[in-house]
Design a protein around this ligand. Structure first.
Ligand code: GSH
Length: 221
């Protein structure tokens, strides 16, 4: 690619969806100027941020001052088309469907349940306290990762990575869930295939450098 795009990323240090975009950008050799949006102080609900993303959610990617791109999987696929190598999706349509399905199982069916907006709602309207919220988090992290384990372990298309022996978008999404579970000191048992793939990913600098603990705004260890 002749000219690298001028990218601005709106994210938060422990954002799982932001992790995905950071990994993809690193794999593609792209960098972005990062704007830290504090989810704890609800900076994502200010009029200024809602003008950027009316959903009040991170991440947001802005390229060369164009309208904002939202939704981490849409952003990953966009980056994949912008910089095709290394590919984040398989070359064959069936492989792409499998990788998108694995990615959505976590990004669409698991991750939204454990976001701050759900915590705030449950605490304000459903009598949740910190203990009940933690039980909720453990439940959904466990359900999501154990379902992924059953699927990956029983499918011959699983290899070194989620889809054969090449890294794909599914690995990025998979790794984004334990990366955030770790922040909340939540570990999920009984997921050896998931653990093996996530460990393999974390050997790669793109993943290691995207770890929440290494982002601006992360608490000191
Ligand atoms: N499906 C969206 C999820 C976006 C999302 O919920 N992001 C979280 C941070 S990981 C967020 O901004 N939450 C704000 C809130 O819950 O109030 C994506 O993949 O980008």
């Amino acid at each position: 690619m002749a000219d690298l795009p001028n990218l601005e990323l709106y994210a938060y240090w422990r954002s799982s969806a932001g992790f995905r975009v950071r990994v993809a950008m690193a794999l593609k050799g792209l960098t972005a100027h990062e704007h830290l949006i504090d989810l704890e102080t609800q900076e994502n609900r200010t009029p200024e941020f809602l003008a950027i993303n009316p959903a009040g959610a991170l991440p947001v990617l802005i390229e060369d001052g164009q309208p904002p791109l939202t939704q981490s999987l849409a952003i990953l696929e966009y980056l994949d088309e912008l910089v095709p190598s290394p590919p984040l999706l398989p070359a064959d349509p069936r492989g792409r469907a499998r990788v998108r399905s694995l990615s959505l199982a976590l990004a669409a069916d698991t991750h939204p349940l454990i976001t701050p907006r759900i915590r705030r709602y449950l605490m304000a309207n459903a009598g949740f306290d910190a203990e009940l919220w933690r039980d909720w988090q453990v439940n959904w992290f466990t359900a999501g990762l154990q379902a992924m384990e059953r699927r990956l372990a029983s499918d011959p298309e699983t290899g070194t990575f989620c889809h054969g022996d090449s890294l794909t978008m599914a690995d990025i999404v998979l790794a984004s869930i334990p990366a955030v579970a770790k922040v909340f000191k939540i570990g999920v048992e009984g997921t050896p295939t998931v653990d093996r793939i996530v460990a393999r990913c974390s050997e790669l600098p793109a993943f290691a450098n995207a770890d929440p603990s290494k982002q601006a705004g992360a608490p000191a260890p």
